[in-house]
Design a protein. Sequence first.
Length: 271
Amino acid sequence: MNVRGLAGLAAAAALAIGAVAGCAKDDTGGSTESGVALVKAGVLTTCTHLPYAPFQSKDASGKVVGFDVALIDLVAAKLGVKQEIVDTPFEGIKSGADLNSGKCDVAAAGMTITDERKKVLDFSEPYFDATQALATQTGKEVKTLEELAGKRLGVQGGTTGEEYVNAQVKQKGLKVEVVSFRDLAALQQALATNQVVAAVNDLPVWNEYIKANPGKVVVAAGFDTGEQYGFAVKKGNADLLKAVNDAIAAARTDGTYDKIYAEWIGAKPAA
Ligand code: GLN
């Protein structure tokens, strides 16, 4: 067979595979009344990485709740479906892999919008401002990364906090031992049990931890990284992105955003 014949066969095979895949998708996927495609019929499936209170964590009954959950509930309501949450490592969320493979429709994980992530995800309009913060045990405060020379500093793997610390260490030639933990709970546990002398993560999660464990930990220093969180959809999923943006915009206008903010974050910092 000549080359053109082979190419034709390959094209036919690809079409056949496409047809099968399309069929399989219709069996499990669905779309809303307004025509927004969903990976699972009747629900808006959200990927997140637990725990990340106050944005998403399990309450006493095991239900996932938080600021992000409340905002995505608004999107689900707008689409006429319920939200279903999938807990999965942050790496698959920020790389776009989970959205691309159809594990979920939307990612909501206190996730900072970055240029690198924008290449693999489509982000909503920013919905929350955050900075990085350095936490220590009470009475053991350090104000700078320089003071941590020869000591262990904890970060959370795959996050902007880890990136910030590594960039500072490299740029300033710091002699800090940076230790990476798989999730926020492991990082906070490490700080509480002296495995690290300080830990870097987003400011709101430290504030929440301090509220839940008064007196143990303090925010000793802040690093104004000017981060903003965004929800993400699979690249090109313009219909769902619009639904997300519309829901956030409506919530900002009608006061729902402020209510959710007060419930999960607390009083707004003076502008
Ligand atoms: N905001 C940070 C980031 O995007 C941390 C997110 C998280 O750990 N869930 O990297």
